[in-house]
Design a protein around this ligand. Structure first.
Ligand SMILES: Nc1ncnc2c1ncn2[C@@H]1O[C@H](COP(=O)(O)OP(=O)(O)OP(=O)(O)O)[C@@H](O)[C@H]1O
Ligand SMILES: CC(C)(CO)[C@@H](O)C(=O)NCCC(=O)O
Ligand SMILES: [K+]
Length: 258
């Protein structure tokens, strides 16, 4: 029984699997806004079968992580948390300071690399996460993380415009090619800013690697961006969980070898 936990900037997502390897059977899953995580042990988690291992990633800061650890005291298990490093499960880290890379980005890239190798020969990858923030990360065919973009998410972009101007308080609009009112102009601007970053990174990878990357998109709002992304992509909602499963599996293999 393996519990995977992704603590994001807005929500905690969790998934329980039968075993700790990619492809393991999903038994239960859920999500909770960070304001409500102090009720997991007497709520969503109360009737779960006890996990024998817990692996997570957290970008919400230490106090939030500690609050989750308190909830995990429900079971006799001590959680491990992934921190980006120089190498993990076949992905190498090109960040100037590898440990400063967001753990969610690192884990998602491990998940993407595992999927890609599972489907065919090694190719570069473009890993896109659409949530509170947006990240657009590049991996070459050898599994090396080359670098990536961080953008404000759609919500942050609109709130920044609302608070930084006098007259941009309008309802949500539609995405269109030539917006002719303020609502549509703001909604389209945010959507195409994200779509544009994805297209640019796709071209950066193509130029640098000489091969089209496999683009994998994830995050709570991935499906909202899907209609406006012009490069070929796969939407994989479980990407962070795939990465956590892969890392858990690899860490067991390494422990046995030593
Ligand atoms: N139309 C849209 N296009 C792109 N992104 C959107 C759109 N509408 C909302 N969003 C983004 O989706 C976010 C909410 O999605 P959700 O909470 O599911 O993300 P998440 O992946 O759980 O986030 P995190 O992991 O950072 O907690 C909002 O913060 C907003 O930035
Ligand atoms: C960029 C976010 C906020 C995306 O969730 C997260 O990955 C993070 O806090 N990263 C740390 C900074 C970095 O990745 O360079
Ligand atoms: K996230």
């Amino acid at each position: 029984m393996f519990l995977a936990i992704d603590i994001g900037n807005t929500r905690l997502k969790w998934a329980q699997y039968e075993a700790a390897h990619p492809g393991a059977r999903l038994l239960a899953h859920g999500a909770a806004f960070l304001e409500t995580i102090d009720h997991l042990a007497d709520g969503e988690w109360k009737d779960l079968p006890a996990p024998t291992a817990v692996l997570g990633c957290c970008v919400a800061g230490e106090p939030v992580r500690h609050r989750v650890e308190e909830q995990l005291e429900l079971w006799d298990v001590s959680p491990s948390w992934v921190i980006a490093s120089a190498e993990e499960a076949g992905v190498t880290n090109g960040y100037e300071h590898p440990t400063r890379l967001g753990a969610d980005r690192w884990v998602a890239m491990v998940g993407a690399r595992w999927r890609l190798l599972n489907e065919g020969p090694a190719r570069p990858a473009l890993v896109v996460m659409i949530g509170t923030a947006v990240t657009v990360d590049a991996i070459d065919a050898s599994g090396r993380f080359l670098g990536g973009f961080i953008l404000p998410g759609h919500g942050i972009m609109l709130r920044a415009l609302e608070s930084g101007t006098a007259g941009l308080h309008v309802p949500t609009g539609d995405v269109c090619d030539f917006p002719a009112n303020t609502s549509d102009a703001l909604t389209s601007g945010g959507t195409y800013a994200i779509a544009g970053a994805i297209e640019r990174m796709y071209r950066n990878i193509l130029r640098h690697c000489g091969t089209e990357p496999v683009c994998i998109m994830t995050g709570g709002a991935g499906w909202k961006m899907a209609p406006y992304v012009t490069v070929p992509f796969q939407l994989v909602e479980s990407l962070i969980f795939d990465g956590l499963l892969r890392i858990a599996e690899q860490r067991v293999i390494e422990r046995v070898r030593r």
